[in-house]
Design a protein around this ligand. Structure first.
Ligand code: HEM
Length: 469
């Protein structure tokens, strides 16, 4: 939203939802940034499942009650668009599957959807195990010398490797030196903070604008190189790139333009590797921190896999592994919040939602909601223990790390497959220990990044287990 946009009128049917007195909670969005996660949870605790608040110039309703989340994501989803908070994402994602709505979105999702077919992913799971093997080999030196490793960086490297091989027909890690600084900048720049530097027109040559343009050019440049490889017949005919080059845009009736193809590739890259990298990092972090969890997981992996490399067919028997991953995505949901804007006035459970106002769906606050979860701050995979013939008793929207409705994450099956296989292989091979004196906290960037770093040492697991026995 620019400063020129009109304020949202607050009259209409329905009551005003509860919220902080006077409405204005945060003078500027920049203060919201400082302790975002705590603030969201505090709002939920104090006012309940729907909270009305002003964030800087924006009127916002935070939803954590499962039926309200369902209303926006499923029952009345046609009234909700990506909206103003998603606009910041255009800066780096471009206008692609994540940031568009309606027919524009549909045509984009249709091209990529076949690549996310569950059977196809399972048949391609060797891409994941091969790439994880490379990571395991990369850590051999550190396992011998005790050298500390930066787990977040290495998990991003792993996720990038999988993504490139699965979808782009290239190894994206070959471009990592250029891509990673651009990703680091974009994670901060994409969040609309209301800070002056974001509001100033593009033509004012601030350092922020120069960096923004430089990193946008880096991302575009790498994607153009990959597209051009395919145009020159040097790419993989089975890749998403090839599919986009051959597709017809359902709205224009023409082939996708270079800008449209680039936006799709940036979207899959940014949405796919950062989230999965975070989830992998948090899962390894949680296993390292919780000795009982690690022991139980090691025992299951021993029993089911022995010394075999896992395949997708092993996963149904690795039930505890799945519980650990589910609990990690509850405790540390990589997408900790996502926004929508109301197209027309709406009424949610008797509360008025004005047209043009914003809905925030804070996955993190919902996953840490004391009304839905016992002791939500404890890492406890047992909460996801399947009981034969019984439903969990949870509402569908108590837990939604991948969102819901038609806009549910397209990469969910890939992410779950990848996290389970990679965590199984890493845990079989190594025992990871957090380096003392480096506390880690979740930081609410575009994704839920562990900050400042997850530093660990790795040791071979076999000797350890023999010694512990
Ligand atoms: C643990 C890993 C992941 C998490 C937690 C995650 C989470 C999410 C969430 C919550 C949404 C919905 C956002 C909204 O409704 O506003 C979403 C959408 C999306 N995700 Fe993921 N994601 C993950 C992995 C991936 C992967 C691996 C890919 C692709 C390779 C991917 C690509 C996308 C795309 C393209 C969308 C937009 C879909 C649409 O609007 O149709 N994600 N993701």
């Amino acid at each position: 939203m620019t400063t020129k946009e009109k304020p949202v009128p607050e009259t209409g049917t329905g009551r005003q939802a509860p919220g902080p007195e006077g409405g204005v909670l945060f003078g500027a969005l920049s203060s919201f940034k400082k302790d975002t996660l705590k603030l969201l949870m505090e709002m939920q605790r104090r006012y309940g499942g729907i909270v009305r608040m002003k964030m800087g110039p924006y009127l916002v309703h935070q939803l954590t009650s499962p039926e309200h989340v369902k209303h926006v994501l499923q029952n009345n989803s046609s009234n909700y668009t990506r909206g103003k908070f998603y606009r910041g994402f255009n800066l780096f994602f471009g206008r692609g599957m994540l940031t568009t709505d309606g027919p524009e979105w549909k045509t984009r999702r249709a091209v990529s959807q076949p690549f996310f077919n569950r059977t196809k992913l399972r048949n391609n799971s060797a891409v994941i195990t091969t790439t994880t093997d490379e990571l395991i080999a990369k850590w051999e030196g550190a396992a011998r010398t005790g050298e500390e490793i930066d787990v977040t960086d290495d998990m991003m490297w792993l996720a990038m490797g999988v993504l490139g091989r699965m979808f782009y027909g290239v190894d994206l890690r070959d471009y990592a030196d250029r891509l990673m600084p651009a990703v680091r900048f974009s994670l901060k720049a994409m969040i609309l903070t209301g800070e002056v530097k974001q509001m100033l027109p593009k033509w004012i040559p601030t350092k922020y604008q120069r960096d923004l343009q430089r990193y946008q050019a880096v991302l575009n440049g790498v994607m153009d190189e990959i597209i051009n490889l395919h145009r020159q017949g040097k790419g993989d005919d089975e890749s998403v790139v090839a599919a986009l080059l051959g597709a017809t845009h359902a709205v224009t009736g023409k082939p996708f333009t270079q800008t449209q193809i680039r936006a799709e590739l940036k979207t899959l890259f940014l949405a796919g590797h950062e989230t999965t990298g975070c989830a992998l990092t948090w899962t390894l972090y949680a296993i390292a921190k919780n000795v009982d969890v690690r022991r139980k997981l090691e025992a299951e992996l021993d029993e089911v896999l022995g010394d075999r490399v896992p395949t997708a067919d092993d996963l149904p028997r690795l039930t505890y592994l799945r519980q650990v991953v589910d609990e990690s995505l509850r405790m540390y949901p990589p997408i900790w919040l996502f926004p929508r804007d109301a197209v027309a006035d709406d009424n949610i459970n008797g509360f008025h939602i004005p047209a043009g106002s914003t809905i925030l769906v804070p996955t993190y606050a919902a996953h840490h909601n004391k009304e839905s979860w016992d002791d939500p701050e404890a890492f406890d995979p047992e909460r996801f223990c399947p009981v034969a013939g019984k439903k969990s008793g949870r509402d569908r929207y108590d837990y939604f790390p991948f969102g819901g409705g038609a806009r549910k994450c397209i990469g969910m099956d890939l992410a779950l497959l990848e996290i389970q296989l990679a965590v199984a292989m890493i845990t079989r091979r190594y025992r990871l220990s957090l380096v003392a004196g480096h506390p880690v906290t979740p930081s609410a960037l575009v994704s839920l990044r562990p900050q400042p770093k997850v530093l660990m040492t790795v040791r071979h697991n076999d000797g350890q287990r023999a010694a512990a026995a």
